[in-house]
Design a binder for this molecule. Structure first.
Ligand code: DGP
Ligand code: NA
Ligand code: NA
Length: 208
């Protein structure tokens, strides 16, 4: 008996306006057009889950949270999806995440929370096979229009987050030059996808 090949966990990270959400959706649509049901797209925060609803209310300024409580809410929101991610991958379905724990750590470090504390709460989540790091030049980001209305969407916060995220790079990260056209970036993403090695089993994060 041959066991079916597992799915892969692909994470899209980068700043707002880097195009990562568009490209995460394009990759999922492409894979599903090749083979219906072969990929799922999971955006974080996932606002439909219980902790996601708390995050949504915070971002829309309906409620306040302390910085540590907010950090844990974002992390808990990823844990709300842990079993789903593991199940899909075991079933041979690719999971494409628009943001993951790297956003969680980068935003909290940008706010000045203690590094050792911040890095704990996502340990044990499924480890991505690849993290696509969308890098966009400030000029191009500016051309792509203003930030939204929600909290955290200011240029100062974004610059700090970018700097922190840069420091999180590990050997499973691939840079994507997000200044190109959507079509060019899409092809670059597909190439990286095609090179993922899925022979080794999925592992869990030992550090973030
Ligand atoms: P999005 O739905 O991708 O636009 O994200 C909503 C906002 O939340 C955005 O400003 C980025 C921020 N964000 C996303 N993930 C995290 C996280 O894990 N921690 C923190 N502190 N902020 C996050
Ligand atoms: Na946003
Ligand atoms: Na987004």
């Amino acid at each position: 008996m041959t066991s079916q090949r597992r799915g892969v966990l692909i994470v899209f990270e980068g700043l707002d306006r880097s195009g990562k959400s568009t490209q995460a959706k394009r990759l999922a649509d492409f894979l599903n057009s090749q083979n219906e049901g072969s990929a799922v797209l999971q955006a974080f925060p996932e606002r439909s889950e219980p902790f996601g609803q708390v995050i949504d209310r915070y971002l829309r300024r309906e409620i306040d949270l302390s910085e540590r409580a907010l950090h844990l809410a974002f992390s808990a929101n990823r844990w709300e999806k842990e079993q789903m991610i593991r199940d899909k991958i075991e079933q041979g379905i690719d999971v494409i995440c628009d943001r993951y724990c790297y956003s969680g750590v980068a935003y909290s470090l940008a706010k000045g929370l203690d590094e050792n504390w911040v890095r704990q709460s996502d340990i044990g989540l499924p480890r991505p096979d690849v993290v696509l790091f969308f890098e966009v030049s400030p000029e191009v980001a500016r051309q792509r229009g203003g930030f939204g209305e929600e909290r955290l969407e200011t240029e100062t916060i974004q610059q700090k987050v970018a700097k922190k995220m840069e420091e999180l790079r590990a050997d499973n990260w691939k840079s994507v030059n997000a200044d190109g056209s959507y079509d060019d970036v899409e092809l670059a993403v597909r190439k990286i996808y095609s090179e993922i090695d899925r022979t080794a089993p999925l592992t869990s994060l030992e550090k973030v």
